[in-house]
Design a binder for this molecule. Structure first.
Ligand SMILES: [Zn+2]
Length: 215
């Protein structure tokens, strides 16, 4: 069931109001086209009918992929947490992975990661390690890094790209090394699926801050 609702929106450029249709939930089994629009982020792209400017509107969305057994909840608030918790318990029993996403970028990346059948905890650790390596090997300073992105996994090796405004650098990390690191400190990396946990850069940085006593 793909539930939509109409809402009034004020254009951030010309200030005039118009109606937009937003999705409250997307189920990939029932509408594969919407999966493509979510992965590309196009589902959040709108155009003002008055001044014809294109822009992204991030709104709460629940994305369910029954084939790959994951549910993503894109939200900026905790407003619906109670309702989501009840939903969560049922889904976890059915073997689903549940994640909250705070940005469209996190949301689209999670779709790719879970469709690839990769652990997003492993991905966040790989991104963290790549970022540290990028800084330590003096390729740039932290302020210059614009993004750290998951690319793919080939033959057990994960590829991560660290980008600045004018360059990008790829890091290749064997997954078994990352999994070993996580297994050695399984308590630190533990998450509770029923909480719709955030597993993102803020999350992994907070884990390392806690352990070094900076939190
Ligand atoms: Zn406008």
């Amino acid at each position: 069931m793909n539930k939509t609702r109409e809402m009034k929106y004020s254009c951030p450029y010309c200030g005039r109001e118009f109606d937009i249709t937003v999705y409250e939930s997307v189920n990939t089994e029932q509408d594969p086209d919407l999966r493509d629009a979510c992965l590309s982020g196009d589902i959040f792209r709108h155009s003002c009918p008055h001044c014809h400017t294109d822009f992204m509107i991030q709104y709460p969305l629940v994305y369910a992929d029954p084939a790959h057994k994951f549910v993503l909840w894109l939200t900026g608030t905790n407003a619906e947490e109670e309702a989501m918790r009840k939903y969560a318990r049922v889904l976890v029993k059915q073997g689903y992975q549940l994640r909250r996403c705070s940005t469209v970028r996190e949301f689209t990346e999670k779709i790719q990661i879970f469709e690839d059948g990769v652990s997003d905890i492993v991905v966040e650790l790989a991104k963290y390690d790549s970022f540290i390596e990028f800084i330590d090997s003096r390729h740039g300073n932290p302020a210059e890094v614009t993004s750290v992105e998951y690319q793919n996994v080939t033959d057990g090796v994960m590829k991560i790209n660290v980008r600045t405004d004018d360059k990008g650098l790829s890091f290749l990390i064997p997954i078994n090394l990352l999994e070993e690191e996580i297994r050695a400190e399984s308590d630190r990396f533990a998450i509770n699926e029923e909480d719709f946990p955030l597993v993102n850069s803020d999350w992994i940085i907070s884990l390392f801050m806690e352990s070094s006593g900076q939190a």
